[in-house]
Design a protein around this ligand. Sequence first.
Ligand SMILES: [Zn+2]
Length: 86
Amino acid sequence: MAVIHPGAPWPYEHLVGHACFYCHLPVEPPAVVWFGYEGTLLLHPGCVLDLFVRVARDVHEIECTTGRPTTVLALRRQIEQEEGRR
Ligand SMILES: [Zn+2]
């Protein structure tokens, strides 16, 4: 993850003006960019927050519907509790 500041240098300058991953409007710096395995996510700072809230809600739903924790810390605690019961 990186922040594209105004006057962005390479390798970010070619991303300026491209569509935001979340709202599809053109992105001008400052912006956030993530380089992933299958592509690049370019986002307005506010769209990062909007997307984060929705993604976090989905993770919470997974935790609630499966009864399984999803964070590394929670998984570690669960394993420690299970090992303590043995
Ligand atoms: Zn956006």
